[in-house]
Design a binder for this molecule. Structure first.
Ligand code: ADP
Ligand code: MG
Length: 620
């Protein structure tokens, strides 16, 4: 049978192009990637063999073998793991399987330098072989199958697959090295690379040299070694392997639990935000082992979804080795491990928040929005999560914790004030905040969609209710303006009173009320929600998600100190004012809507009125 020629999926071709221009100094990491895959392949077979021992009959000694041939300029990486059949070769090496990755690659900027840096953060796994090789052959035979297949590619758009001969199960990757990559045939260089990047691999990595085999790594599970004997570099390399990660771990949590439950966990918080963190199918990437045997990397009951940024492993001594996926769904032991591990992780985060606030701020920017999901999805760790939560606020550029906010509350202030928006600086410019600023009252700026869910679910923090600044904050009137006495709720003078009456008449059903604002200092108008109504921005979000059909009516507040409003109030007392003021009322309402970020119900009418008023202004 001749070789069948096939094209890479478009995204793979794109990746390969970037790989070809990749970070030259770092290219030795290709070996780590191939070894990592070989180790995964052995792990997967070891688990299957628990129930199908015939799969490994005759050879249960898992290992990875490196062999170089300087004359032929080749390097091979061989394993006796699970292997791949024809379809798997095509699927695994010709397409991008992981959800999110394809979209990520499609959205790369096209700017080579930036793309290489980004990819460097996420890695290219198997394809990194093309950094050093101009041809890669993968000969593989799946455990339990008789046929083998050969996959060959020069990494330039297509590859071939054909039936082939292989005596035993597993995979051999042969790299035909580029002329400038001959260093990777030198035994000393290979030893050095394995020591640096792959020492933690729990299987023997054997270097085949002049008919002599030599194990060149420590070949024991890293997580079982005493912490004091593990270097930060070893932790990092383990993180890269186990987490399929390419960044630095931001936090490493290595812990041995002894007691009613016995297990070891080695968990990492990444320093870079994964691009698929908010993909609906995104799951945590913590691998479950039982007594050193890899069981699954999809054990969702092990951790709550709001910790899905974690990577690493958990190795249980108690779970039965033949544990099935179905059993994992409802295993009480797993539920207890989950509680303990969650506690431990939140505790370590709290420590970091206290000891290294600047570093913690980076973590919060990456994963805060995910962590906040825990505030409403589960109640078990609410207090710990609330203590970890940080916010931008009107008090400054830094992050503030709820306790700090409460400690800074003004005398007489009863609520924790919040305002929502797409971005902190936009939220901070909301006209509704003017009165809060004048009184020196801090307002939390909420910019994550998740805020609209946990806030209403919680309602209060330490007896202090959360309150949206867009809801007519009656309480604000009781608070003194900075340096001045308590402000009296304003009584509109007669002229302002007539203005309000005329505006109500013109606007009719479009607003719930028109009234004088106690809050505004600079803006002429703003919209607020009535005390009993939904927060305006929450309402908008719900409407965007079709969870709400109709918008509640708003209150239009006017600022009598603003020159425009003062001038209109003068006019309102005069005869025939009603018709003249109609257009003003509508333009002011639309202006308030724009400030609020709402859609104008009738933009042409707005434009016409505004042009008319401007024209009149010029004529006068
Ligand atoms: P990742 O390891 O993150 O899944 P890779 O690009 O490194 O991504 O590998 C892609 C896939 O190819 C792996 O998930 C695996 O299914 C398959 N694969 C690669 N190398 C081997 C191997 N030596 N044995 C078996 N399968 C392999
Ligand atoms: Mg890999």
């Amino acid at each position: 049978m001749t070789a069948e020629k096939r094209s890479f999926e478009a995204e793979v071709s794109r990746l390969l192009e970037i790989v070809a221009h990749s970070l030259y100094s770092e290219r030795e990491v290709f070996l780590r990637e191939l070894i990592s895959n070989a180790s995964d392949a052995c792990d997967r077979l070891r688990y299957l063999a628990l129930t199908q021992p015939e799969l490994v009959a005759g050879d249960a000694a898992y290992r990875i073998t490196l062999a170089a041939d300087p004359a032929a300029r080749t390097l091979t990486v061989a394993d006796n793991g699970i292997g791949m059949n024809r379809d798997e070769l095509i699927e695994n090496l010709g397409t991008i399987a992981r959800s999110g990755t394809s979209a990520f690659v499609r959205n790369l900027s096209g700017d080579q330098r930036k793309d290489v840096a980004l990819i460097g953060q996420f890695g290219v796994g198997f394809y990194s072989a093309f950094m050093v090789a101009d041809r890669v052959e993968v000969l593989s035979r799946k455990a339990g199958e008789a046929e083998a297949h050969l996959w060959v590619s020069d990494g330039k758009g297509d590859y071939t697959v054909e039936a082939a001969q292989k005596d035993s199960r597993g995979t051999i990757a042969t790299l035909h090295l580029k002329t400038d990559a001959t260093e990777f045939t030198e035994p000393a260089r290979l030893r050095e690379i394995v020591k640096r990047h792959s020492d933690h691999i729990a299987l023997p990595i054997v270097l085949h040299e002049k008919d002599k085999d030599d194990t060149i790594n420590a070949a024991s599970a890293l997580w079982l070694r005493p912490k004091s004997e593990i270097t930060p570099e070893q932790y990092r390399e383990f993180y890269h392997h186990a987490g399929h990660a390419f960044d630095e771990p931001w936090l490493t949590i290595h812990n041995k639990a002894e007691g009613t439950l016995e297990y070891t966990s080695l968990l990492f918080v990444p320093s870079a935000k994964p691009f698929d963190l908010f993909e609906p199918e995104r799951k945590h990437r913590v691998k479950l082992y039982v007594k050193r045997v890899f069981v699954t990397d999809d054990c969702q009951p092990l951790l709550p979804a709001y910790l899905r940024f974690l990577k690493g492993i958990v190795d249980s001594e108690d779970l039965p080795l033949n544990v099935s996926r179905e059993m994992l769904q409802s295993n009480p032991m797993l539920a207890r491990m989950r509680t303990q591990i969650t506690k431990r992780v939140l505790g370590e985060l709290a420590k970091k928040a206290k000891d290294a606030p600047a570093e913690y701020a980076k973590f919060w920017d990456n994963f805060g929005a995910v962590l906040k999901e825990g505030l409403y999805e589960e109640r078990d760790h609410r207090d710990e999560l609330l203590a970890l939560a940080r916010f931008r606020s009107t008090a400054g550029d830094g992050l503030v914790a709820l306790d700090e906010y409460v400690a800074r509350m003004k005398p007489g202030q009863k609520a924790i004030y919040t305002i929502s928006g797409d971005a902190p600086d936009r939220a901070a410019r909301s006209p509704q905040l003017e009165g809060f600023r004048a009184r020196g009252v801090e307002v939390l700026l909420l910019t994550d969609p998740v805020d609209e869910f946990w806030l209403p679910a919680l309602g209060a923090y330490k007896d202090k209710p959360f309150k949206s600044a867009t809801r007519g904050a009656a309480e604000l009137d009781a608070l003194a303006t900075d340096g001045k006495d308590k402000v009296e709720p304003p009584k509109p003078d007669a002229a302002t009173g007539s203005l309000i009456a005329l505006m109500k008449l013109s606007l009719g059903d479009a607003v719930k009320d028109v009234r004088v604002s106690t809050h505004l200092t600079d803006s002429a108008v703003c919209l607020v929600a009535d005390e009993g109504d939904l927060d305006m921005r929450l309402e908008r979000l719900l409407r965007q998600h079709q969870r709400l059909d109709e918008a509640a009516k708003r209150i239009l507040e006017i600022n009598p100190k603003h020159p425009l409003i003062a001038r209109l109030a003068d006019l309102a007392g005069k005869d025939g004012a009603a018709s003249a003021l109609g257009d003003f009322a509508w333009v002011l309402l639309d202006q308030a809507r724009i400030l609020e970020g709402e859609q104008l119900p009738d933009p042409p009418a707005f434009a016409r009125r505004l042009s008319d008023l401007l024209a009149k202004g010029l004529a006068a």
